[in-house]
Design a binder for this molecule. Sequence first.
Ligand SMILES: [Zn+2]
Length: 475
Amino acid sequence: MNMTDEISKLIETKSNRYKQLSDQIWEYAEIRFEEFCSADLLCETLEIEGFAVERGIAGLETGFVGSYGNGGPVIALLGEYDALAGLSQRAGSETYQPILQNGNGHGCGHNLLGVGSIAAAIAIKDYLKEHDLKGTVQYFGCPAEESGYGKSFMAREGLFREVDLALSWHPSTVNAVMHVYSNAVIHAHFTFKGRSAHAAAAPHLGRSALDAVELMNVSVNYLREHMVDEARIHYAVTNTGGVAPNVVQAEAEVTYLIRAPKPEQVKKLYQRVVDCAKGATWMTETNVEVQIEGSCHNLIPNRTLEKIMQQHMEELGFPEITAEELGFAKAMYDSLTEEEKQGAKSSAGKELGKRLSEKPIVDFVAPYSGKLAFMGGSTDVADVSWNVPTAQCTTATWAFGTPFHTWQVVAQGKQSYAHKATLLAAKTLASTAISALLNPEIIERAKRELKERLDGEVYEALIPKELEPPIMSNR
Ligand SMILES: [Zn+2]
């Protein structure tokens, strides 16, 4: 039996357990930094499989690492398991049906992500054991991918220093190896303080914090014209200072995500946004406090690893889909807006778009173009990728066209085709890892490539030294 078939078999033998695990994490639907039950479940699974588990890494209550094996090379699998607020939705429902109004839901498929990666880690362990091979596999339980930057805290503490290569994946609508770069980001809160007064009887005594928020936003909107093309700035007003127009708002807050392709660029852009906030305080005689919540680097792709990953994914191929599965995928596709459908069709191309709109599960592996794609958003996998050669893929866990962070993702979170695609990801990651373990020159080439891509730049976490991850167990 060749290696990929063997890996495939090792994973299929335990497929029922992986289905139960991901369904259970779907049920927990715990949001960033509060993934207590999900993390426990994954830690127990690793312990049962003979991994040594260390919890609470890098000050993260729901972060952990499970290790198996001895000596190098050290292969890291990255797992996530946080849900999203406000995305509660019944599994298997063809229409929007929240279980709990404003409840949480797995709107980014991290119930599948965390389990796919753990299935890969366990298969690598089983293979090492079976063949009496040297090497270590580590599963990093990474909390708070959704605006919490768990991996950035871990990278700041040097947790990936001993790792030789890192692998991960993400649920999606396509089967593809990722060759993308992302924006670095700084996430910061700006809290303005003024003085309240009766807005009609004594307006001259008031100093409005809400005015400061508005002026800051206006000035940042002017700033947009003078920044690099790929930079992005977006904000949400998180405290308007109250609901009474006749009270001058003494306190108000706005939260910003500031993104640019390089850490140095994002640091400078952040300073310019801080200057906008300061300008607003001079105009309004208010004060501002700035608090960084988290940040992450830009993603460094690794062609060496991606090509190996591509070979394995093609060799494995997409699993068979039943008529019943296709029926639900079709219902999901039909639930999309006309604009969403058009967007999906045009990104797939005319012919393919038409075929997929009729049979909306992507059942093939996309060819590896090697063309670097830009992702306007950010991911904390980036901080790992600055330290260790890192590769990622996606598999079609969701119907064609399904947008991320929607009720449709949550509705599909327990579908059998989502489970099947998760196992494809697990098999792809595990096979890639074993290829690298058996051929150490792959790791050397991947490391050389990372060094070339960094071109002398050294990783220094964007998260301020004094910033600690939040402690949620006592809240
Ligand atoms: Zn995600």
